[in-house]
Ligand binder design. Structure first.
Ligand code: SF4
Length: 351
């Protein structure tokens, strides 16, 4: 395949299941004229890769297939043109770079059956340090970023959560929590010392303990309700998020009635489906085609979306920093999707 500067082995991934991200990451590291080698065992790539190259203005320098059933080999020459800077403007989505998700840590006091992050008391902590946070948030704000969501794992298991959240001062900050462990000791001190502009988003799946406890563990509903009360008593705005396999009207209606009684504002309620990621045995299938990007950093990488941090196909980078690289990969990928949509190339599966 000639003298390739980099080789991407896509295995059996198609563009939508992650190959596009791999190619985009690799292309960003090449210079004009360099060759990227791509190997794939997925038949659709034989059609989609030339379409992708055409869309983004690169050249297929060579291609061959080992046998009728593959694998397929491509050599793609990177072409940098002025047109590429202006061709991708379609779309009305939240601008990439406006919002950032941070997995503060991966360990958790619970081990919910649908946990997309595979968190549990036994999970490795994989903490983001305040030092990395300071660097990330300074860059985020310098790039025009506005909103930061801290999730996990259970963020309040991070011994330096207070310093990490404080490092993001100046951004709109939300902490996702199960609200079960900040009621006493040093975690209570952390919460008490926190700026009241920080929003707490608490997981609560049902109006009564039955469904919530079945999904999240016996006794967890009562502790979450207690935690919601504690946070509100301290003056925090509390948002409630329910994660449901089946958004049946009775369950959702009962939850709204309960939250009305608790005085939780309508705009502070989120109902979301289970994603078939992590521990979840079933749920919504996710890919770069089905998920609007929500760039997410962890201690050891960056990802397309916070529900997909155990999915290697949705990994964007092997380091959380620099954020310019993380956002760049997402923007380049969206640009191809938008270009495919605009040109009506439905054959291109990434669009
Ligand atoms: S879903 Fe949330 S509370 Fe449950 S194990 Fe995962 S991180 Fe912990």
């Amino acid at each position: 395949m000639g003298d390739v500067a980099r080789l991407v082995d896509g295995g059996d991934m198609d563009c939508g299941s992650g190959l596009l991200l791999l190619i985009t990451r690799a292309m960003r590291r090449l210079e004009h004229g360099d060759l990227l080698g791509v190997r794939s065992a997925e038949p659709s790539v034989a059609t989609d890769l030339p379409v992708w190259a055409d869309l983004v203005g690169h050249e297929i320098a060579a291609q061959h297939v080992d046998s009728e059933s593959g694998p397929w080999w491509f050599s793609v020459r990177k072409v940098v043109s002025a047109q590429q800077d202006t061709m991708f403007t379609l779309g009305n989505r939240t601008p990439v770079g406006q919002r950032l998700w941070v997995y503060t840590n991966f360990n958790c006091n619970l081990a919910c059956g649908y946990c997309c992050a595979q968190s549990s008391p036994k999970a490795a902590a994989r903490r983001v340090s305040p030092e990395v946070g300071r660097e990330a948030f300074a860059e985020f704000q310098s790039l025009g970023g506005q909103e930061i969501f801290f999730t996990g794992g259970e963020p309040f298991m991070h011994p330096e959560l207070g310093a990490l959240v404080a490092a993001a001062e100046g951004s709109h900050r939300t902490i996702l929590t199960n609200a079960m462990i900040f009621g006493r000791g040093t975690r209570l001190q952390t919460l008490e010392a926190m700026d009241r502009s920080v929003v707490l988003q608490v997981s609560l799946d049902s109006a009564t303990p039955d469904l919530h406890d079945a999904q999240r563990g016996t006794g967890s509903w009562a502790k979450a309700m207690k935690g919601i009360g504690e946070a509100r008593a301290l003056g925090f705005r509390v948002r409630v998020a329910a994660t449901l396999y089946d958004e049946d009207p009775a369950t959702v209606g009962a939850l709204h009635t309960r939250l009305d009684a608790e005085g939780i504002d309508r705009q502070d309620r989120i109902i979301r489906p289970v994603a078939a990621e992590g521990f979840a045995p079933t749920g919504m299938h996710v890919s770069i085609d089905s998920l609007e990007p929500e760039p997410t950093i962890t201690a050891d990488g960056a990802w397309w979306h916070p529900v997909a941090v155990t999915n290697p196909n949705l990994r964007i980078a092997d380091d959380p920093l620099p954020l310019s690289e993380v956002f760049g990969v997402v923007r380049d990928t969206l640009a191809v999707q938008d270009a495919a949509t605009r040109s009506g190339r439905e054959v291109f599966r990434c669009a």
